[in-house]
Design a protein around this ligand. Structure first.
Ligand code: PH2
Ligand code: MG
Ligand code: MG
Length: 165
């Protein structure tokens, strides 16, 4: 896999065996042709943001290198979600496995169904804390601030906690 730009994928689960969903989601990502898993964060237990009342999430972030363009990569993420029994009918409802394209290097994409950087990235501790483990100094392509600066602004240890090993 060529290409040096860091691409970051957010993983979330709040249905079923959450840890197993995330671990096998990571394995599926690593096994996707044209994708190389570079690094992964630890797991975080996080309070649900938005949507109907629902159970807590486990969240993590993966860094990959890929030959796939953003659109092709998104299709692969959806295919992995589908294999994990993900339903896409109700927005923000509980999900066995959610894979979000957070950052595609410094690229900016805005198309129906695909906005990168992820439009809510900068306000979500459950994304920023794991992202910060991997790339604290990476500047947000639109806001200019680093991921560490953005994370510091929303940090709340009651809502985002490192999961004990
Ligand atoms: N994902 C959502 C909505 N709310 N809350 C947490 N804590 N973690 C998530 O991954 C999450 C969420 C929509 O994808
Ligand atoms: Mg999501
Ligand atoms: Mg999603």
């Amino acid at each position: 896999v060529s290409g040096r730009r860091p691409v970051f994928i957010g993983l979330g689960s709040n249905l079923g065996d959450r840890r197993a969903e995330l671990e096998s989601g990571l394995a599926d990502l690593a096994g996707t042709p044209g994708v190389r898993l570079v690094a992964r964060s630890r797991l975080y237990e996080t309070e649900p943001e938005g949507g109907p009342p629902q159970g807590p999430y486990l969240n993590a972030v993966a860094e990959i290198e890929t030959e796939l363009g953003p659109r092709e990569l998104l299709a692969c993420l959806h295919a992995i979600e589908a294999r994990h029994g993900r339903r896409r009918d109700v927005r923000f409802s509980p999900r066995s496995l959610d894979l979000d394209l957070l950052l595609y290097g410094t690229e900016r994409v805005s198309e129906p169904g695909l906005v990168v950087p992820h439009p809510r990235l900068h306000e979500r501790g459950f994304v920023l804390e794991p992202l910060c483990e991997l790339a604290p100094d990476f500047p947000h392509p639109e806001l200019g601030e680093t991921l560490a600066q953005l994370a510091a602004r929303v940090r709340d240890p009651r809502r985002v906690r490192l999961l004990p090993e």
